[in-house]
Design a protein around this ligand. Structure first.
Ligand code: ARG
Length: 461
């Protein structure tokens, strides 16, 4: 395609430096907004017709022309390979004029690329948020399926990565389910503020044509129209907010990845990662590496970077539009792509992971994880918890000396440490009792977890 005629050529007599023109071009990435920008253009044309700016005939030509462009782009991806186009907005206008002639030149009446780009980006992001929210839901469903496949299973819970107290494996799954539930809420919240129409703000001061902005909003599915034109063309909060929500979601996926990576080591050996999501080593034949999870963990940093890039890009900008804002797109696109792919692969991992129940149970039964239970036992017998804690600490020391678990300590040994220990202590220290006592809301008792699983399933609708 020949060198594009500039949208702003009139005032210029000289040509742009080719290096600068290339630097200025955004079509290489903002062509992703093609469909959104065409849709918004169609709604704008209709508003111009309703305002009496375009004749019915002109509006119909524009509408048919825009449809033809959409069809062309979906038939032939290479249609959007234009090294000369400045940005997606000028590309669409130029192709429209080629196709329908002069009527195409009237489309830009009453609008600016400033309100146009904000509109297209919002439309695009809204669709993206919906797809991502569906993927979060998929990952949540995979967590529930995994929990249900190992309903009875027990594993050690950790603090400081030291064995702490036993928990149900399903409780661990549900912990991540909760994080993802909040991620979906955050996305829904970001969507609400994204779903506001800037078109009609024109360059910065508002439009001088009698465009019915409510009509445009309705045609494009926006919930409301922006209230201030200066703000509407300058605001990239919606991108920042999305990247913040995406960052937090990536942080959650990264923690999940880290847990599974650790649990899949020979040292832990709680989970086995399926071949479908693992790789081997080119040198060490025995290796099975958790690459999928490591990539999710690694890619989280990119999304945090996108968030910071956006914040830095907007923080010093005077009102209203500045070209710095063109930098919003690659960050937002990258955050969306990275989160989307990470969610998908996480769901796949969760569907290809198996808990080694015996090993996890064995680990949950050792390492003095019932020490708190013994302290609680003494506290229930009237020993102040602080004193009980001290006494159990001594019991643990003694058990380590003898090379046994707490529940294997001879009764006399326990009695020597606290005279409050009775015959019933054995029962109190079993793994099942330890779980059963965590029976308040949010705890890991079997009843609470069964309820939580049912509620989680219900929440997915
Ligand atoms: N490509 C530009 C962007 O992404 C479109 C808006 C251009 N507006 C302007 N006044 N130069 O921000």
């Amino acid at each position: 395609m020949a060198d594009e005629k500039k949208l702003w050529g009139g005032r210029f007599t000289g040509r742009a430096d080719e290096g600068f023109a290339a630097f200025n071009r955004s079509f290489g990435f903002d062509r992703r907004l093609f469909a959104a920008d065409v849709r918004a253009s169609a709604a704008h044309a209709e508003a111009l017709r309703a305002a009496g700016v375009l004749t019915d005939e002109e509006a119909a030509r524009i509408s048919r022309g825009l449809d033809a462009l959409l069809a062309r782009a979906s038939e032939d991806q290479s249609f959007l390979d234009d090294p000369h186009a400045e940005d997606v907005h000028s590309f669409i206008e130029a192709r429209l004029v080629e196709l329908i002639g002069d009527a195409g030149r009237k489309l830009h009446t009453g609008r600016s690329r400033n309100d146009q780009v904000a509109t297209a980006t919002r439309l695009w992001l809204r669709g993206e948020i919906d797809e991502i929210a569906a993927r979060v839901r998929e990952a949540q469903a995979a967590l529930l399926d995994l929990a249900e496949a190992h309903r009875e299973a027990v594993m050690p819970g950790y603090t400081h990565l030291q064995r702490a107290q036993p928990v149900l494996f399903a409780h661990w799954c549900l912990a991540y389910f909760e994080m993802l539930a909040r991620d979906r809420e955050r996305l829904a919240d970001a969507r609400r503020r994204t779903n506001v129409l800037p078109l009609g703000s024109a360059a910065l001061a508002g439009t001088s044509y009698a465009i019915d902005r409510e009509l445009v909003a309705r045609a494009l599915g926006f919930e409301s129209v922006s209230r201030n034109s200066l703000d509407a063309v300058s605001d990239r909060d919606f991108c920042v907010e999305f990247c913040a929500a995406a960052s937090l979601s990536m942080a959650h996926l990264s923690r999940l990845a880290e847990d599974l990576i650790i649990y899949s080591t020979t040292e832990f050996g709680f989970v086995e990662l399926g071949d479908a999501i693992s790789t081997g080593s080119s040198l060490m034949p025995q290796k099975k590496n958790p690459d999928a999870l490591e990539l999710v963990r690694g890619k989280s940093g990119r999304v945090f970077g996108d968030l910071v890039a956006l914040l830095v890009a907007v923080k010093g900008l005077p009102l209203a539009y500045n070209k710095d804002m063109q930098e919003d797109k690659e960050a937002t696109f990258d955050a969306a792509d990275t989160l989307s792919a990470s969610l998908e692969v996480t769901a796949t991992v969760l569907r290809n992971v198996r808990l080694r129940e015996e090993r996890a149970r064995e680990a949950a039964s050792r390492g003095y994880m019932n020490a708190t239970e013994l302290a609680d036992y003494l506290a229930r017998k009237g020993v102040p918890f602080r004193a009980a804690h001290e006494q159990v600490g001594r019991a643990v020391l003694r058990a380590i000396e003898l090379g046994v678990e707490l529940d294997e300590l001879p009764l006399e040994e326990l009695r020597a440490i606290s005279p409050h220990v009775g015959e019933d202590v054995r029962e109190a220290l079993t793994l099942e009792r330890t779980l059963a006592t965590k029976s308040q809301a949010g705890g890991t008792s079997r009843e609470r977890v069964a309820e939580a699983l049912a509620a989680a399933r219900e929440s997915l609708g």
